[in-house]
Design a binder for this molecule. Structure first.
Ligand code: COA
Length: 161
């Protein structure tokens, strides 16, 4: 079985991530979307909330599993017997960061390659932090996120008011 892991902070998952999943779900038997606790980022949603939102947003795809992990991605890939890491590329500015990360992962686990997928042009300006900022300031971001995320963002903003 060809298993790939799509790791990320997903705080929250956006239509940009869904686009990458729609494209790659045809290439693998199973994709594990895995939420990583990134210590360098201040998350709005808990790990559990992010996992829930991904489950709700991907329930139309039958080969997607949702999970989370702490620690090194390379150890997680080994545990899941994954053959690939999936990452999306939006603009050239993503490239350098992604290249370094893929090289580091290649050194740690040589048998796994990173597969890069270009984002649709309509998603190249979409980022989780941009969406959170716009939503918190009252902007309508409903066209950029799955319905479940739009709802939860609305609830979160009400709670934080
Ligand atoms: N569409 C829309 N947005 C996209 C996107 C796409 N196709 N691809 C990336 N993004 C955005 C995300 O929304 C996110 O936005 P934000 O910064 O505003 O939150 C940003 O691009 C990149 O975030 P993400 O894809 O979640 O990656 P990350 O940089 O937060 O984390 C990990 C990368 C989790 C894969 C990496 O940190 C990791 O592997 N951690 C585990 C520890 C480890 O093994 N470290 C050594 C590896 S080198």
């Amino acid at each position: 079985m060809k298993v790939a892991v799509y790791p990320g902070s997903f705080d929250p998952i956006t239509n940009g991530h869904i686009d990458i999943l729609n494209k790659t779900s045809k290439l693998f038997d199973k994709i594990i979307v895995s939420v990583v606790h990134n210590v360098t980022k201040n998350a709005l949603f808990s790990l559990e909330e992010r996992v829930e939102m991904i489950k709700e947003s991907t329930n139309h795809m039958d080969n997607i599993e949702v999970d989370s992990f702490n620690g090194l991605l390379s150890n997680y890939l080994q545990e899941k017997q994954a053959i690939a890491i999936i990452r999306g590329l939006r603009t050239v500015s993503d490239f350098e960061y992604e290249m370094h990360m893929s090289m580091m992962n290649k050194m740690l686990i040589p048998e796994v390659d990173t597969i890069f997928i270009m984002s649709d042009s309509k998603n190249i300006y979409v980022s989780s932090s941009g969406i959170k900022e716009a939503a918190l300031l009252g902007g309508d971001i409903s066209s950029l996120v799955p319905k479940a995320v739009n709802m939860r963002l609305g609830e979160k903003i009400k709670k934080n008011d």
